[in-house]
Design a protein around this ligand. Structure first.
Ligand SMILES: Cc1cc2nc3c(=O)[nH]c(=O)nc-3n(C[C@H](O)[C@H](O)[C@H](O)COP(=O)(O)O)c2cc1C
Length: 397
């Protein structure tokens, strides 16, 4: 029998109206770091279009956790504008999750509390050169403990803001992923070495977040199946991490991959929009670097539907907890295939940027599919005044 993706299902005690999650895609709708009317409308529209759970993207747990200055930071003043987002989603019958992250050394934010950003180990930070942050330094134990506290505090505030769930960002080369990655974590203390050491920070964060939000509040973790480069996190470590996160009380895993500073298009697959990235880049130095080296250092990966399926199957065999399949899901046939292979939910990014009403259309029409062409211009231009699909025509002036 074909599985029914459009019937209610529970995730960590929360009932969702269907199996479709809008995954975190940075909205660029928080001028001055504050959630705007555009952010409310963006997520309201997604909920109106039928998603079960919509994820508000990248909220930094502290000011130093921002990759650039315009990102949202979780603090008391953010709670009330965020409540407008969760209220709007609830009024449309959807549920709302907030992605919590820290960028570690991967920042071009000039306004840090220390001169240089911090991560697991000393590193060159090409992304930060134009902002005078060319190097990342190793965190000490006090700084690590602060990060753990910040995640807990931010998760508590997300709950106060009416969110139904939080998603911890353990992937894509941000701080927790930098700790998990053997190439970027060369520490000799208890936060480095084998997987137990490299996963310690992620597990401490999960434990602190659970303590802050209490039992019965869903905590999802977005993890990498592979970082996508030699020396990075590989699938066997991802499997081992998944079993530890399950034991640590995570409610579901969203499975992704790629390391933004090294393999950014491993995350997406499809066209590498270099010309648009150069146009969108604000720093002249970065523009030049992209023009001369971009073609050589930024690799392109061909798009295929359900591009993480094969690796995700390994995790399905290893854990019993709910798993969320992500990556190139564009049709109802993809969702039904995912469910028939034992994945509990799917998450969709670009397909829902292109077609926010896709879930409702798929529920009505078995043949419905997204019009997204994986041109990835939405990625190149996400910071130019709000994420949008280029197929909608020119950006309004
Ligand atoms: C414009 C854009 C912004 C993104 N921002 C984030 C983000 O803030 N956090 C995150 O975890 N992933 C982010 N992603 C990655 C997506 O969550 C997802 O992993 C990726 O797009 C693959 O899913 P898809 O094939 O359904 O688009 C972003 C993707 C896009 C297209």
């Amino acid at each position: 029998m074909t599985p029914n993706a459009f019937a209610p299902a529970t995730l960590g005690g929360l009932t969702l109206r269907n199996r479709v999650i809008k995954t975190a895609t940075y909205e660029g709708m928080c001028p001055g770091g504050m959630p705007s009317d555009a952010l409310v409308e963006h997520h309201r529209t997604l909920a109106e279009g039928g998603v079960g759970l919509t994820t508000v993207a990248y909220c930094a747990v502290s000011p130093d956790g921002r990759t650039f200055a315009e990102q949202m930071t979780m603090r008391r003043e953010t709670v009330s504008p965020l409540r407008r987002v969760s209220d709007a989603v609830h009024r449309e019958g959807g549920a709302a999750s907030l992605q919590l992250g820290h960028c570690g050394w991967f920042t071009k934010n000039a306004e840090l509390s220390t001169w240089l950003p911090r991560g697991p180990s000393l590193v060159v930070n090409q992304y930060g050169i134009s902002a005078g942050k060319p190097v990342g330094l190793a965190m000490n134990e006090r700084e690590i403990a602060t990060v753990v506290e910040d995640f807990g505090r931010a998760a508590g505030l997300a709950r106060d803001a009416g969110f139904d769930a939080v998603e911890l960002h353990l992937g894509h080369g941000y701080l927790l992923s930098q700790f998990l990655c053997p190439a970027t974590n060369r520490r000799r203390d208890r936060f480095g070495g084998d997987l137990d050491g490299r996963a310690r920070l992620a597990l401490d964060v999960l434990a602190r977040v659970r303590e802050a939000v209490g039992a019965g509040f869903p905590v999802l973790c977005k993890i990498n199946l592979r970082d996508g480069f030699r020396g990075g996190l590989e699938l066997p470590d991802a499997v081992a991490l998944a079993t530890r996160l399950e034991a640590g009380g995570a409610d579901a895993l969203v499975m992704s991959g790629g390391f933004t500073s090294k393999t950014p298009f491993y995350l997406f697959r499809g066209r590498r929009p270099l010309a648009e990235m150069i146009d969108a880049e604000k720093s002249r130095l970065q523009k030049l670097a992209l023009r001369y080296f971009g073609g050589r250092v930024i690799r392109e990966y061909p798009f295929e539907e359900m591009f993480f399926l094969e690796q995700a199957r390994e995790l399905r065999r290893a854990v019993r907890m709910p798993l969320v399949l992500l990556g190139g899901i564009v049709s109802r046939a993809n969702i039904e295939r995912a469910m028939s292979e034992g994945f509990d939910f799917v998450a969709m990014g670009r397909a829902l940027i292109a077609d926010p009403d896709l879930v409702d259309r798929m529920a009505r029409d078995a043949g419905a599919r997204s019009r997204c062409t994986h041109c990835n211009i939405c990625v190149a231009e996400m910071d130019l005044g709000g994420v949008r699909c280029v197929l909608d025509g020119p950006r309004p002036a």
